[in-house]
Design a protein around this ligand. Structure first.
Ligand code: ZN
Length: 342
């Protein structure tokens, strides 16, 4: 009797919720096989960056330190060849920069390459990084572009597949964060300075795939230097809610990166980053979670991230307070709470 009563009471509520979600959800269900989500997924697959090829030790860009003693170098026309590296390396020890003590050189490297926020964007078959124009990630304005949370007003536009699309149509516009000229100037400078790029910048992601691709397109030892991550993500579909998925969607229920597998893979990568100190996450979900069990399943992969000293998660929906997690969860305040405070 109780289950019948629950069914009678909850049935209409569930139907209304699905109807409302269907009307207002930004990615409305489309049961055609050629749904916008499928087309979007296919374009993203086509534009995915290729993982880093395994590089032979003698083909690495960085050079080993300390540099070989001058007397032990094979000098040919003012250049010397280090046997383990590719190509000749011109001796730089007498240049004005290299005559400075290492501490001063490191200050210069950090000033040029570090201490900023780098917005990572998907480009056609590669990733781009755009230096944040705000003073910090916290002050960088965040908005919703119709598909996901982003900071487009800081770095420009994306297309419907969330691939960076500069407003003036000039796809050659630099997306290197202004770091490439210094890094390309000299292999010794590259080798001495590259660590500051990864260890002192905050890396900001508005797309889960961008983080996944980043992790497999840079050398693991570089990726592992990252200390500061910022992630914003809109959950447009009922993630971890099989009943709602069954009613709203066709198979595959959710296209990556909106599916549970991508979500879990993202957090597996983050949980394995050994030097993370600060992680800030902002999640948007218009409908919120129907019940705490679904929300708990969504938050479970985040619980494996235990290394950061600061781990803040902000969600746009209401729910129960969570105190036993490695992150500090804050929620958008309801209109009633806001009115009471004012
Ligand atoms: Zn910014």
């Amino acid at each position: 009797m109780t289950s019948i009563a629950v069914g009678v009471v909850c049935g209409p509520i569930l139907c209304i919720w699905i109807t409302v979600a269907s009307c207002f959800c930004p990615s409305r269900p489309n049961r055609n096989t050629e749904s916008p989500e499928k087309k979007r997924f296919e374009r993203r697959q086509k534009m995915a960056p290729r993982p880093l090829a395994k590089r032979a030790p003698n083909h690495r860009l960085s050079i080993s330190f300390p540099l070989p003693d001058t007397n032990k170098r094979t000098v040919v026309n003012g250049s010397y060849i280090e046997k383990t590296t590719r190509g000749p390396t011109i001796d730089q020890t007498l240049t004005p920069l290299m005559r400075l003590p290492m501490e001063l050189r490191q200050m210069i490297y950090r000033y040029v390459l570090g201490d900023s926020t780098m917005h990572m964007v998907l480009k056609e078959q590669k990733l781009g990084h755009l230096r944040c124009k705000a003073e910090s990630t916290i002050t960088c304005p965040m908005g919703y572009n119709g598909l996901t949370l982003s900071r487009e007003c800081c770095w420009g536009k994306v297309d419907s597949a969330n691939i960076w699309s500069p407003q003036n149509g000039n796809k050659e516009e630099p997306t290197d964060g202004g770091i490439v000229p210094l890094l390309r100037s000299c292999r010794q400078i590259y080798s001495e300075s590259i660590k500051f790029l990864y260890s002192t910048n905050a890396f900001s992601f508005s797309d889960l795939d961008a983080l996944r691709y980043f992790s497999c397109t840079v050398l693991p030892q570089r990726f592992n230097l990252i200390q500061n991550l910022d992630i914003e993500w809109a959950m447009a579909w009922p993630i971890y809610d099989p009943i709602a998925q069954q009613l709203l969607l066709v198979n595959p229920a959710l296209y990556p990166p909106n599916d549970e597998a991508t979500w879990e893979e993202t957090w597996r990568i983050i949980s394995n980053m050994p030097n993370l100190r600060v992680v800030r996450v902002s999640l948007l979900y218009f409908d919120g979670f129907r019940d705490t069990a679904c929300e708990e399943k969504m938050l479970a992969p985040l619980r494996k991230v235990t290394r950061p000293e600061t781990f803040e998660v902000h969600v746009s929906w209401q729910g129960q307070e969570i105190t036993d997690a490695p992150f500090d969860l804050t929620r958008d305040k309801s209109d009633i709470d806001s009115e009471r405070e004012s």
